[in-house]
Design a protein around this ligand. Sequence first.
Ligand SMILES: NC(=O)c1ccc[n+]([C@@H]2O[C@H](COP(=O)([O-])OP(=O)(O)OC[C@H]3O[C@@H](n4cnc5c(N)ncnc54)[C@H](O)[C@@H]3O)[C@@H](O)[C@H]2O)c1
Ligand SMILES: [Zn+2]
Length: 356
Amino acid sequence: MKTLEVRLPGKEYMIEIGSGTLSQAGRTVRSVARGNKAALITDKTVDAIYGDMVRQSLKDEGFDLFTVLVEPGEGSKSMGVYSEVCERLLEGGLTRKDIIVALGGGVVGDLAGFVAATVLRGVDFVQIPTTLLSQVDSSVGGKVAVNLNAGKNLAGAFHQARAVVIDTDCLETLPDRVFSDGMAEVIKYGAIEDAGLFQRLSTLGGRPGVMSEIEDVVYTCVDIKRRIVEADEKDEGGRMVLNFGHTLGHAYEKSGGYSRYTHGEAVAAGMVLIAKIGEETGMTRKGCTDQLRSIIRMYGLPESIDIGLEEYAKAVGVDKKAEGSMINLIFIEDIGKAVIRKMDTGSLMEFIGRVE
Ligand SMILES: NC(=O)c1ccc[n+]([C@@H]2O[C@H](COP(=O)([O-])OP(=O)(O)OC[C@H]3O[C@@H](n4cnc5c(N)ncnc54)[C@H](O)[C@@H]3O)[C@@H](O)[C@H]2O)c1
Ligand SMILES: [Zn+2]
């Protein structure tokens, strides 16, 4: 097992990464818990595979435990489910010194984290992420949220976990598409920060290769996220580099009604397009786009998604009548080196039209 410490003043916490950490999760929760009651929040799919193991481990530590189950899927990141979960926690007798344990992918982590940030004006929580995306991305950094009709993640908070327990064995049971989804973020870390990681992913060649070195791959990604979050917890500057591929990816997600493409598929195509634009403007070294394309293909993700210019315009906030406004875009100068650049949305649209 490897560990990392996130050093945020007054909110330091440990991240454990390894094979089999799930069966020891109770010990970790015990080491940060102030009370004796624990509420396990998980979705039905994850509960069926891993629920009993985590419950046993919490009971072994003497916790008075109850479980709150939600349906799997993005639909559970809603105000309706949020309030139901809060009610269930209070019925279960949760108090301010007790602890919430979030077991599942990013949906459960974001929902349970937002519940933890707000119920009783905030209680402690521990993240046990079970998807690749949640292990390398959403469980670290303290962003928690639910969706509103007005858009995704629009009701949220910054609420850091007290600990994160990452069991890489959980990834064995992921469907291929969900694994690939997470790989888009892994590729992103290589592209923005770590040329060595990027090269390694291309050598590993696919899911079996990555799984043979998974502890190290997840550690490398989490360490990058940790560094970025420590430097800019509230997303006011450097943390923006994590959005590489995401602005254009958002256009694909939106055009597919947030269901046709996974987040990772959209981000993969978004990274390729912004790299193309980067090459066109001279900001990105020629050849980076092809390197991205080949690795994206290797991990079962799309290099492009076909949508109309109108769809891009909607997603980047261009109004036909309005003047173009400046937005922050993340480019790479080379593999492993991200930069933040302002561009007006009008020019962005022109470039999209030119390279698409
Ligand atoms: N907070 C952040 O910083 C942040 C960052 C990125 C993404 N997110 C959010 O994360 C969410 C997506 O998370 P996700 O991709 O983990 O999706 P998810 O939580 O919906 O999980 C995907 C599916 O896999 C199932 N599953 C989970 N673990 C499993 C396992 N080990 N074996 C088999 N099946 C398993 C789930 O039941 C679900 O059906 C989005 O809502 C997104 O907004 C948040
Ligand atoms: Zn993402």
